[in-house]
Design a protein around this ligand. Structure first.
Ligand SMILES: Nc1nc2c(ncn2[C@@H]2O[C@H](COP(=O)(O)OP(=O)(O)OP(=O)(O)O)[C@@H](O)[C@H]2O)c(=O)[nH]1
Ligand SMILES: [Zn+2]
Length: 321
């Protein structure tokens, strides 16, 4: 087992990882604050932002990583990726790919309109659980008439033990700030949400500098074509030091193929709660006789059981979609 595997117990099965280069006493310590394909931005502790590239084709570097940069001309070489506390993956067409590291919390944004996407929420909650990262659900646009019905739908998650916060970013930004400030202070928070839920509105409220034109980034990196698929990390002005927000595209394709079946089951609090209550000890909760999730309709909601079975089939199929 090499360094990266030791520090990333949930990395995809069967993939070789790249050894970190040995550290040098002359290197600069920085945090990756922007990932644009193979081009990165790294921020030094004094706030200076530098363009950098990994040393070696197979090196895996993601937003939130702590790194050592080799001194030299821009773009600097990323010499070493420090041990990660945790990491999250998303999928492209062929594989799961790590995209964020060293998080304190995942905030999942949903909205009363255009509606709550339970499948996406379920996947993201499981991925965060498998990476041992706490998650909080935000229900935005509570000013709309659909709020009452949406609130009732979100009760499912409250009953499962998740924190669900309500806000209206556009119509009452001050109240939204008051609700979120205790959670964001001193923390690295990843914001995730489907298109149209108000994620950009929230990012712009919390980190107004996020609206900076991507041209500046393109110039810094000489890599304009990559800027649209960026994962970014923003300092939160007005918050205590160490308060940062990570913003990433790709919520629609949240990768779960790297998980084991036991991690999948652990990601469902209602399945965790009934551990050992099925007739067979190794019950997979699909079609076995005496399965508590088939015999007791109170054990799990029909939609969550359907999600579990879909994800089970995905995980155990030979290849990712
Ligand atoms: N009524 C209401 N509308 C909101 C609220 N927050 C955001 N919106 C609106 O919802 C729409 C989508 O907001 P965005 O912030 O662009 O949402 P997004 O999730 O970033 O969506 P994409 O840009 O498609 O990724 C915009 O028209 C916002 O003005 C809110 O609290 N209440
Ligand atoms: Zn069972």
């Amino acid at each position: 087992m090499d360094d990266l595997e030791r520090h990333n117990p949930q990395r995809p099965k069967g993939k070789r990882s790249t050894k970190s280069a040995p550290s040098t006493s002359h290197g600069l310590t920085a945090r990756i604050v922007g990932a644009f394909g193979r081009h990165y931005l790294a921020q030094l502790d004094d706030g200076t932002v530098l363009a950098c590239v990994p040393r070696g084709k197979r090196a895996e570097v993601v937003c939130g990583d702590r790194v050592t940069l080799a001194p030299g001309d821009a773009p600097l070489a990323i010499e070493q990726v420090h041990a990660r506390r945790n990491a999250l993956w998303r999928e492209d067409l062929w594989r799961s790919k790590m995209f964020a590291a060293n998080l304190d919390r995942v905030m999942l944004v949903t909205a009363t309109y255009p509606g709550i996407q339970h499948g996406l929420i379920g996947r993201a909650l499981i991925a965060a659980d498998a990476a041992d990262i706490p998650s909080t659900l935000l229900l935005n646009k509570c000013d709309l008439p659909q709020a009452e019905a949406a609130r009732a739908e979100m009760r499912l998650y409250r009953d499962l033990g998740y924190e669900v916060l309500e806000l209206s970013v556009r119509t009452d930004p001050q109240a939204a700030l008051a609700v979120l400030t205790p959670l964001l202070s001193g923390q690295t928070t990843l914001l995730l949400g489907a298109s149209g839920v108000g994620k950009s509105s929230l990012t712009n409220l919390l980190a107004p500098q996020a609206q900076a034109p991507t041209r500046e980034i393109s110039e810094a990196l000489s890599a304009g074509k990559h800027t649209t698929t960026a994962t970014r990390l923003y300092d939160l002005p007005g918050f205590p030091p160490g308060s940062v927000l990570m913003d990433s595209p790709g919520f629609q394709s949240f990768g779960l193929h790297h998980l084991s079946v036991s991690q999948l089951q652990h990601g469902f609090p209602e399945i965790r709660a009934r551990n050992g209550q099925c007739r067979f000890q190794n019950c997979t909760h699909r079609d076995e006789p005496g399965c508590v999730f088939t015999t007791d309709p109170q054990a799990i909601s029909a939609s969550r059981l359907a999600l579990y079975r879909t994800l089970y089939a995905e995980l155990t199929s030979a290849a990712p979609r």
